[in-house]
Design a protein around this ligand. Structure first.
Ligand code: NAP
Length: 236
């Protein structure tokens, strides 16, 4: 068991999640993360070990499967009795298609990763956070939940809206016990998520640096929502 602060980050193997892992390791946090690619998780572990001489805990799993989410929560509990930070980051967006041609299976998978997983993780850890009167939960959302909902993204938009709603409920229920929850709405970001990089979009390193700042705000400040956009969103 460790005395350092513990952060759970879903989808920490690449993109924004990986930058969050690196930044929080630098801040001294113990990290537990999960993703489907065992190879990328092992590469991440090796990178953290060689660069920072630190171990992180990883579990390979597919968050579209409830049993894998439960296994991840158990894995965390086997190693740590208390959790300080949860970052619901894992996400994907594979198909651009009209709502009527959106596969039912695609909607279900995105719902499982974007909404059901954060719900199950919350259920697993909130009692401990409430009894400690402490904790920070950050939900990684998309511009789709705000002013940039577009046709063609039924599964992504619907399921990110589901997390947005769940996040608002968490904000209201958890504050009583000193737990902070931030819905982080993020604009276009150059990660492995998109097929082609766009020069004008956000860098995962920059977004991670903003998210990490949230964890350092004074105890009595609550930031329920934050919007992180690239300049191009405001100028065009
Ligand atoms: N990129 C953007 O433009 C953008 C904009 C706004 C918000 N976001 C959000 O930012 C978050 C991070 O995305 P990113 O851009 O950093 O994408 P990314 O580079 O593709 O990283 C996504 C992470 O989620 C994991 N993941 C995806 N599906 C999973 C599953 N079924 N089970 C377990 N892990 C899974 C991936 O690992 P595996 O593939 O190995 O499973 C990876 O670690 C997402 O929630 C995304 O919706 C992205």
């Amino acid at each position: 068991m460790s005395n350092t602060k513990v952060a759970i980050i879903t989808g920490g193997s690449k993109g924004l999640g990986k930058e969050l892992v690196v930044d929080l390791v630098k801040e001294g946090y113990s990290i537990v993360t999960t993703a489907r690619s065992n190879e990328e998780l092992n590469n991440l572990k090796n990178e953290i070990s060689s660069q920072f001489n630190r171990e992180i805990q990883t579990l390979t799993g597919d968050l579209t499967k409830k049993d894998d989410v439960f296994a991840f929560c158990e894995f965390v509990k086997e190693q740590y009795t208390s959790i300080d930070v949860i970052i619901n980051n894992a996400g994907f967006n594979t198909t651009k298609t009209l709502t009527e041609t959106t596969e039912i299976a695609e909607m279900e998978k995105q719902f499982a990763v974007h909404a059901m997983t954060p719900f199950l993780i919350y259920k697993s850890f909130v009692a401990q956070m409430k009894s400690a009167n402490h904790g920070y939960i950050i939900n990684i959302l998309s511009d789709q939940v705000r002013d940039r909902t577009r046709g063609g993204w039924a599964a992504y938009s619907t399921t990110k809206h589901a997390l947005y709603g769940l996040g608002k409920v968490m904000i209201s229920e958890a504050a009583e016990n000193g737990i902070k929850v931030t819905n982080a709405i993020i604009g276009g970001m150059n990660s492995t998520f998109r097929n082609e990089a766009r020069e004008e979009y956000l860098l995962p390193t920059d977004v991670a640096s903003v998210i990490v700042q949230l964890l350092k705000i004074p105890k009595d400040i609550f930031i329920p929502e934050i919007i992180i956009y690239p300049k191009v969103y405001l100028t065009k």
